[in-house]
Write a protein that binds this ligand. Structure first.
Ligand code: COA
Length: 352
C-alpha cells in the first residue's frame, strides 16, 4: 500500500536567546537599554504563559522568514535523504511573509537553488498558528492524488520585527519568537496500516477574525496606508492586536473537540499514539487541553518554555526538538492539534 508520509523533518532557531528578564529592556531595534522599556516581568510571563525565553534573529536587518525557512528546509531534506532538486512543490506557511507579494515560497525556491523555467509549484498559505496542519492536509491530498510526489512544507516566522516593545503591546509582545520548521512529504510503500499520514481535518470560524489580527494596511482605504508608522498615537495598526481571553477560551474549546474528532475518525486510542504535539501558544492552553481531552499527560510535548510561540513553525520545531533530545523516535505516531488566528484550527495524525 502507498501512503503519503513525512519522509523527513527539520527545524531552525536563531542563536540569540532573549530571556523574560532581558525582554523588558529591549527597544524596537532589539537593543538592551539601561531603562526598562516595557512593564512586564519574568514571574508574570512564566505564570501566565509558561514562556521562559524565545529566540530572535540578529538585529542587522539580514533575516527574512524565507532565510529561516531555508535552514529548516535544508535540515528536513537531509533528514529525508533527498535534495531540493527532487521537490515538485513547496508549501510555505507564515504570517510574517518576506514582503506583501509575491508569496514567500518563491523566495525560498530561489534560495534553495531550484528556480528557473522548470521550477516547481509554490504555494503560500495564511492560516497563522494552524499553518502546519493546514499545509499537511494539502500535502497529503496532493500526494495521494498523485498531483505532486515530493513536497516541502515549511512554517517560518520572523515575529520579532513586528512587535510593540512598549507596555502598550506587552500582552502580545511577550508571547512570540522567531523560528522555522519543515517537513518533506511524499509517497511511501508500507504494509503497516497505521504508518504515514493517517488523518487530517481543518476548520475555521471567521467570526473570530478580528480577535487576533495584524492589519498593517487596509486595501479598502485610500490611501491604503493611512497612518504615520512612526507616530505612537496612530501606529497601533502595524502591530498585532489580540483579545487574549477570547482567544484562550476558543483555543481550549476547539482544540479539545478537535483532538476527540481526530481520535474518533481515525478509530484510534491513546495506546496507538506515542506523542501529543499541540501548537505552542500558551502552556496553560495546552495543559487545559490535556486535562479536558483526557490525554495521558506524559505523552504531551511542549517547547513554548524555550521558543515562545513561533506560529506556523511550532509543530515541526517541537517534534524536532524532542527527536534531538532522544525522546521522539523514528516511526513514532503523533497527534498534533493546532489553533490560530482566523479562528482556524485542526488536527493531524502521522508517523515521523
Ligand atoms: N506583563 C505583565 N502584565 C501584563 C502583561 C505582561 N506581558 N500582559 C498583560 N498584563 C496585565 C494586563 O494589563 C492585566 O492588568 P490589569 O488587571 O491591571 O488590567 C493583567 O495583566 C491580566 O491580564 P489578562 O489579559 O487578564 O491576563 P490573562 O491571564 O488573560 O493572560 C494572555 C493574558 C495573553 C497570556 C492570555 O490571555 C493568553 O495567552 N491568551 C491567548 C493568547 C494566544 O494563544 N495567542 C496566540 C493564539 S495562536
Amino acid at each position: 500500500m502507498v501512503r503519503a508520509s513525512i519522509l523527513g523533518l527539520g527545524s531552525y532557531v536563531p542563536d540569540r536567546i532573549v530571556t523574560n528578564d532581558e525582554l523588558r529592556f529591549l527597544n524596537e531595534k532589539h537593543e538592551v537599554c539601561a531603562e526598562q522599556q516595557t512593564e512586564t516581568n519574568d514571574e508574570w510571563i512564566k505564570a501566565r504563559t509558561g514562556i521562559e525565553q524565545r529566540r530572535y534573529v540578529p538585529n542587522d536587518s539580514g533575516f527574512a522568514s524565507s532565510d529561516l525557512g531555508l535552514f529548516a528546509a535544508k535540515n528536513a531534506l537531509e533528514d529525508a535523504g533527498t535534495t531540493a532538486k527532487e521537490l515538485d512543490c513547496i508549501i510555505f506557511a507564515t504570517l510574517s511573509p518576506d514582503i506583501h507579494f509575491p508569496g514567500t515560497a518563491v523566495f525560498l525556491q530561489s534560495k534553495l537553488g531550484i528556480d528557473g523555467e522548470t521550477g516547481c509549484a509554490c504555494f503560500d498559505i495564511r492560516q497563522q498558528c494552524s499553518g502546519f496542519v493546514y499545509g499537511l492536509q494539502m500535502a497529503d491530498a496532493f500526494v495521494r492524488t498523485g498531483i505532486y510526489k515530493k513536497i516541502l512544507l515549511v512554517g517560518a516566522e520572523v515575529h520579532s520585527h513586528s512587535l510593540d516593545y512598549t507596555t502598550r503591546g506587552r500582552d502580545v509582545m511577550v508571547l512570540f519568537g522567531d523560528g522555522a520548521g519543515a517537513a518533506v512529504i511524499g509517497p511511501k510503500e508500507t504494509d503497516d496500516a497505521k504508518e504515514g499520514i493517517l488523518h487530517t481535518h481543518c476548520q475555521a470560524d471567521g467570526a473570530g477574525a478580528m480577535d487576533l489580527h495584524l492589519k498593517v494596511f487596509e486595501i479598502a482605504k485610500l490611501p491604503y496606508v493611512y497612518y504615520d508608522a512612526n507616530d505612537r498615537e496612530q501606529n497601533q495598526i502595524k502591530y498585532p492586536q489580540m483579545n487574549g481571553k477570547k482567544v484562550f477560551l476558543n483555543a481550549v474549546r476547539n482544540m479539545v473537540v478537535s483532538v476527540q474528532r481526530a481520535m474518533r475518525e481515525a478509530n484510534l486510542t491513546w495506546e496507538d499514539i506515542d506523542w501529543f504535539v499541540p501548537h505552542q501558544a500558551n502552556l496553560r492552553i495546552n495543559e487545559a487541553v490535556v486535562q479536558y481531552a483526557e490525554i495521558p499527560p506524559e505523552k504531551a510535548l511542549n517547547t513554548i518554555q524555550f521558543y515562545g510561540n513561533t506560529t506556523a513553525a511550532t509543530v515541526p520545531l517541537t517534534i524536532d526538538h524532542y527527536r534531538k533530545a532522544g525522546k521522539v523516535k523514528k516511526g513514532d505516531r503523533i497527534l498534533s492539534t493546532v489553533f490560530g488566528a482566523g479562528f482556524t484550527w485542526g488536527s493531524a495524525i502521522f508517523t515521523v
